[in-house]
Design a binder for this molecule. Structure first.
Ligand code: ZN
Length: 236
């Protein structure tokens, strides 16, 4: 006789980038196992792959996970975890101070983790204000970060990253979004060198899941505060 079907509850959350409501079910034992194995390996790529697999399994709304801005992926995963494992993340954080180095046990309520958008952040970069010439950038997704390491982008990789993240170019009359890779490479190559700073500012100030952590070291009683940013800070 076939075993009875197990019905799992359904929850919803809104994507930080668009506000779209999506539906998901909690992790099951098989997904929990997959995540624990990846987490033990401490390899970033493996963890990311496991996270993508778990999200694809659990989210019922049709989504191309690898095309979503990374902040959306991080957000979905935190909400999934809150509904599946615990509403609290437990971290062991070492107090890196000479003479202490105590391992503190910290608890972070997932509901207090928010998406932080730094003030003044914009995905529109103006090249020439008088001519109304500028570009609209999109946030790196996992397809892009698979190709380029955003955190340690060397000049060549930075160039690649920039061209992959340009959604369109516009001036007063037109929006240009039908260009070849070569045309785009040439266009970016013609930008003034100082313009690179604008790209860097865009990439370093992208919205992230973040939490302002403040705690007192159990051992030396010193008050410690720092910001946790991105999924890896919460899971490694
Ligand atoms: Zn300490």
């Amino acid at each position: 006789m076939p075993l009875p079907e197990i019905v799992t509850p359904e929850y919803s959350t809104n994507l930080p980038s668009t506000g779209e409501e999506i539906f998901f079910r909690p992790f099951l034992v098989k997904e929990e196992k997959m995540l624990l194995m990846a987490q033990e390996g401490k390899d970033k790529k493996e963890i990311t792959n496991a996270v993508v697999k778990v999200i694809s399994n659990c989210v019922k709304t049709p989504l191309d996970i690898k095309q979503l801005p990374i902040v959306d992926v991080e957000w979905i995963f935190l909400q999934l975890r809150a509904r599946s494992v615990s509403e609290v993340i437990q971290l062991n954080l070492r107090h890196t101070k000479e003479g202490c180095e105590h391992l503190n046990k910290i608890e972070i309520p997932i509901q207090d983790i928010k998406v932080n958008v730094p003030e003044g952040h914009s995905n529109i970069l103006m090249i020439n204000k008088d001519a109304g010439l500028g570009m609209k950038l999109k946030y790196p997704n996992l397809d892009i970060t698979d190709k380029v390491d955003v955190t340690s982008a060397k000049s060549e990789e930075l160039f690649e990253l920039i061209t992959l993240c340009i959604e369109n170019i516009f001036d007063k009359e037109n929006v240009y979004n039908d260009f070849t890779k070569q045309e785009l490479d040439d266009f970016v190559g013609e930008l003034p060198k100082e313009f690179l700073d604008n790209f860097m500012k865009f990439f370093t100030s992208m919205p992230k899941v973040s939490y302002d952590l403040e705690y007192e070291c159990e051992n030396c009683k010193e008050k410690v505060s720092h910001k946790l940013n991105g999924l890896m800070d919460f899971f490694l």
